[in-house]
Design a protein around this ligand. Structure first.
Ligand SMILES: [Zn+2]
Ligand SMILES: [Zn+2]
Length: 137
């Protein structure tokens, strides 16, 4: 399954140059069914990219809404490709405490809860922690 043309289009549609590092990160996340840590991604990336390049690529992709960062706790941060429905509504994440798996959960419902008058939300981060299907079985 070749995803490269789509990935290139994705970068192009955001007026971003296709660099091998950006494309590599998108490919890895695009082929993964769960969110990955920077370390997971680095291990799969060509070792030719230095830390600064990888760091900048992450930043560019996040700033351009192609990938998003999920902070589970101080020690665990993961990244996921923005799903097609990403911009339409907030979404929640599920984190499995047994196997460290983190996935984006699509929900038609707004994840946000009603705010007091005068407050406005710019982003909502909700992480549901528990046990995934594989670990339950
Ligand atoms: Zn699990
Ligand atoms: Zn997500």
């Amino acid at each position: 399954m070749k995803k490269e043309p789509a990935i290139r289009e994705l970068l192009h549609s955001h007026n971003l140059r296709t660099t091998s590092c950006r494309q590599g990160i998108l490919d890895i996340l695009g082929n993964s069914s769960e969110a990955l840590t920077e370390q997971d991604i680095k291990t799969q990336l060509d070792s030719q990219h230095d830390r600064t390049t990888v760091y900048r690529s992450f930043k560019t992709l996040i700033d351009n809404n192609l990938i998003h960062k999920i902070v589970v706790d101080n020690n665990l941060v993961k990244y996921a490709l923005n799903p097609k429905w990403y911009s339409q509504h907030d979404h929640v994440h599920f984190y499995c405490k047994q196997c460290d798996k983190l996935v984006c959960i699509e929900s038609e419902q707004q994840a946000g809860i009603p705010l007091p008058e005068g407050f406005s939300a710019s982003e909502t981060e909700i992480i549901i922690k528990g046990t995934c299907k594989t670990c339950t079985e």
